[in-house]
Ligand binder design. Structure first.
Ligand code: HEM
Ligand SMILES: NC(=O)CCn1cnc2ccccc21
Length: 290
């Protein structure tokens, strides 16, 4: 399968910055969502899950076709709860009907990372909506009840190495788990809507206890009320991963640099960009005094 980015000559940086601003202002406005966490974290998850179906072995899946808009992909249990993120995007699609779903879902994730004080993430337009029958089968997204070998193998399918795998999982500094979505319990207190290296600091500094949660699933809990999935904790069980977790816990800049590059790579997996395709770095609302 080959997906060529469609360069739309009628649209400029300003057109996409306007969509970025509309999403960013809506995140700011609807701040009460999910116990005042806001929509940022779930918009990051929407962009990630739109892209996480990619398979480097046959170049299928990924963000290009916008197939997250179809009920088959939405029915994957791993996507439980993302209807809230899609509903958030509905009015944006109405106001800007010229953008593809793949471009919108990935632009929303980049906007959320930047507006939550994360690193600048480069973004390129050109994804084209594909028909429903191109939707990948369910089951390509990861399952949290696994260890380091599974994590390494899963990220390898996305063409991600150890450093990229650790950096990407660092997005679990945002938001929380919801029993009704994934069967994992999440602490109200500890959830956050600021993009930092806290995930790595907590992994190293908290005492973690593996226990069954009230849904009967295993998760790690800490005295402060933090939690980690088994796939999160795998990053301190595996010696190669642990070395990178320590680096990112002690150097937020190194984490930000790696995250910025591998998040862009994740959102663009499977797409060939012509040499005249533009690359955009959006301004935050704060940078525009908005
Ligand atoms: C082995 C890989 C991964 C596994 C097993 C995993 C699993 C999960 C689970 C079970 C949840 C809770 C969903 C809910 O109950 O609402 C979650 C939330 C989340 N995940 Fe991951 N994840 C993985 C990788 C990633 C990556 C690569 C990113 C982004 C770069 C990411 C971003 C998020 C965010 C932002 C949330 C919070 C969403 C919210 O607060 O609504 N995750 N993840
Ligand atoms: N701060 C917390 O205790 C939750 C952090 N956290 C750990 N693993 C996660 C997976 C998804 C969302 C938040 C997560």
């Amino acid at each position: 399968v080959v997906h060529i980015a469609a360069v739309n000559k009628d649209r400029s940086f300003d057109d996409y910055q306007r969509i970025y601003n509309t999403i960013a202002e809506k995140i700011r406005e609807e701040d009460e969502y999910d116990g005042y966490i806001g929509y940022g974290p779930i918009l990051v998850r929407l962009g990630w899950h739109s892209s996480g179906t990619y398979d480097k072995n046959d170049n299928t899946g990924g963000s290009y076709g916008g197939t997250m808009r179809f009920k088959l992909e939405q029915s994957d249990g791993a996507n439980n709860g993302l209807g809230n993120a899609r509903a958030f995007m509905e009015p944006i699609l109405k106001e800007f009907p010229w953008i593809s779903h793949g471009d919108l879902y990935t632009l929303g994730a980049v906007c959320a990372v930047q507006e939550l004080q994360g690193p600048k993430v480069k973004w390129r337009p050109g994804r084209v909506d594909m028909p429903e029958d191109t939707t990948p089968k369910n089951g390509r997204l990861p399952d949290a009840a696994n260890g380091a070998d599974y994590v390494r193998n899963f990220y390898a399918r996305l063409n991600m190495n150890d450093r990229e795998a650790v950096a990407l999982t660092g997005a679990h500094c945002l938001g929380r788990t919801h029993l009704k979505n994934s069967g994992f319990d999440g602490p109200w207190g500890a959830a956050s809507n600021s993009f930092t290296n806290e995930f790595f600091v907590n992994l190293l500094n908290e005492q973690w206890k593996l226990q069954k949660n009230k849904a009967g699933n295993m998760q790690y809990d800490s005295p402060k009320g933090y939690m980690m999935l088994e796939t999160d904790y795998a990053l301190v069980q595996d010696p190669a991963y642990l070395k990178i977790v320590k680096e990112f816990a002690n150097n937020e800049g190194a984490f930000f640099k790696e995250f910025a590059s591998c998040f862009q790579k994740l959102l663009e997996n499977g797409i060939d960009y012509p040499k005249d395709a533009p690359t955009y770095v959006f301004k935050t609302l704060d940078e525009q005094d908005l």
